[in-house]
Design a protein around this ligand. Sequence first.
Ligand SMILES: [Zn+2]
Length: 163
Amino acid sequence: MNKRGHVLNALLLAIGLGFVLEPGVDVATAEKIGQITVPVVLGALFPDVDTAFGRHRKTLHSLPVLGVFLAYPMVFDNLHFVWVGVLTHYILDLAGSRRGIALFHPISDTEFSLPFGVTTSSKYAGLVTVIITVLEVAAFWVVSTYVVSLDVDLSAASAGFGI
Ligand SMILES: [Zn+2]
């Protein structure tokens, strides 16, 4: 998937997740969307940094890298929601290209991809991106509702940039 697809996916996903985490149409929902949009978009842009540093679709397209972004909120209480962007980038690359990504790099350089999906150049790429995003929002809702809270309480946020 290209940058445009990743950003479109991240923006739609952040809006969808805002409604999952703060159901309704009010200030809290808008605040939630504001809280998560930039981190999710940044996360979605991050893996393709390996086009310049490392080997593309390997160095920053692996489960250990996703693990680092999952660990940051828990260990350092920062970079919340960036993992969502990284994860959705992987999902789009898995579905949206024939080549796939090296999920187990650096242990293995084997590249995985889904047997279905469309290439970036396909006229259906935009539609597939939207469908994937809807499925992701649904999956996030299921996990958030029945497995573990994926929210970060805004009332816990302190003013003053942590100083
Ligand atoms: Zn990528």
